[in-house]
Design a protein around this ligand. Structure first.
Ligand code: UDP
Length: 373
């Protein structure tokens, strides 16, 4: 056999697995259905000379030292601390909610020490279940009704196309609430943007004598023709595609939320004050990203994108409802059986049906490959 390993998908998960397997001496075939690599972190240099993220803003952040060391082997990073503003009441204010947000939206003048008591008073006026049963409870249980309605309710309805009560509290856990004036979106120790982009970084990961890459190849169509090159009973299959698809949707389809991303090049130096401005209550898009803030590239033009969430299309997000998570469990039971054979790895946002950040996707691939070899 020509290959010991077959990696399905050349996004961050597949590329990490491929690299580690190749470094362990395995001959690895990577097949990717798109004609490009890097999956949902794909980026490219636009005509305006600004690197744009094809599938919306990607900011690398991690507390895992081993993940940071790993990605740093394939790209230098521009040290960048992501900040987000939210457009409410006709003002752009810091988001996640911090002391300044509260002072600006309510015309208060409170200190850091006063914030917990302020939030307690907000919560005392609201009703919510503890422990939180869903997204709405989780947010109201942290910040009360007024801040929930201003910043979260409508954004979440737009983003997920459903009542926030149907979503898991775990989605809310992604967003901190701060008493301080810290206005960063993430608090992780390592944060940055790969200089030259994620596509280049992924290209370098895949650039190894033991790796063969084929793009524009659909695994499900190609499967039978692979038998002369790879024997799944003897080798390792790393699957990073949609979890339900691998099992022919036998327990029913899982939902993957999609986004329509509209890019615009604007003939002025800057469009907005931060890399991302969220629009919880206005317009049909959730947020506007202006890439040059992240990349530090200079140009007399700027490129922005607006995100319009939608139900079908290219998969971006797992949808954390009770029904989807119950189906996920059924599929994961099958995954566990396959992984126990030592011939399969399911890794990544799509294949594990998990709301992973980039570093978590890399970490999962690292841990699973290391566990196997
Ligand atoms: N969210 C919100 N208002 C915001 C930003 C986020 O209600 O201004 C909620 C929303 O439900 C969103 C979730 O928090 O889907 C997670 O936000 P995050 O920024 O992590 O989303 P991502 O960058 O993964 O799209």
């Amino acid at each position: 056999m020509k290959f010991n390993c077959l990696v399905i998908g050349a996004g961050l998960s597949g590329s990490t697995a491929a690299r580690l397997l190749a470094e362990a001496g395995k001959k690895v075939l990577v097949i990717e259905q798109n004609r490009y690599i890097a999956g949902n972190c794909h980026d490219y240099l636009s005509e305006a000379g600004i690197t744009v993220h094809t599938h919306g803003p990607h900011i690398f952040h991690t507390n895992f030292r081993d993940v940071w060391d790993f990605v740093s082997r394939f790209s230098q990073f521009r040290l960048f601390q992501h900040k987000v503003l939210s457009y409410v009441h006709g003002m752009t204010v810091p988001f996640p909610i911090n002391r300044d947000t509260i002072n600006q939206v309510f015309g208060e003048n409170i200190n850091t020490e006063d914030v917990p008591a302020f939030l307690e008073r907000e919560k005392a006026k609201a009703s919510f279940a503890t422990p939180a049963e869903n997204f709405q409870d989780a947010v109201i249980g942290q910040v009360g009704q007024r801040l929930y309605e201003l910043f979260f309710k409508n954004y979440t309805i737009k983003q997920w196309g459903r009542d926030p009560k149907e979503l898991s509290a775990a989605v809310a856990a992604r967003i901190p609430v701060r008493s301080s004036r810290d206005s960063r979106y993430f608090a992780d120790k390592y944060q940055g943007i790969p200089i030259g982009g994620y596509t280049k970084m992924t290209e370098k990961m895949l650039d190894h004598p033991n790796i063969t890459l084929m793009t524009g190849c659909d695994y499900f169509q190609l499967k039978k023709n692979l038998s002369s090159m790879f024997d799944p009973k003897k080798g390792i299959t790393v699957y990073t595609g949609a979890l339900d698809k691998f099992f022919d949707c036998k327990y029913g389809p899982l939902e993957y939320r999609s986004v329509d991303i509209q890019f615009r090049t604007i003939d002025r130096e800057f469009y907005q004050d931060a890399a991302v401005v969220n629009y919880p209550n206005d317009y049909d898009f959730t947020r506007i990203t202006e890439f040059k803030h992240m990349t530090g590239e200079t140009s007399d033009k700027t490129v922005i994108c607006m995100e319009y969430p939608k139900q079908t299309g290219h998969p971006y997000y797992v949808v954390m409802t009770k029904e989807n998570m119950a189906k996920r469990e059924q599929y994961m039971e099958e995954v566990r059986k396959l992984e126990e054979t030592g011939h399969f790895i399911f890794t990544g946002r799509l294949a594990e049906y998990k709301y992973y950040n980039m570093d978590q996707a890399i970490k999962s691939a690292m841990d699973k490959v290391r566990g196997l070899i």
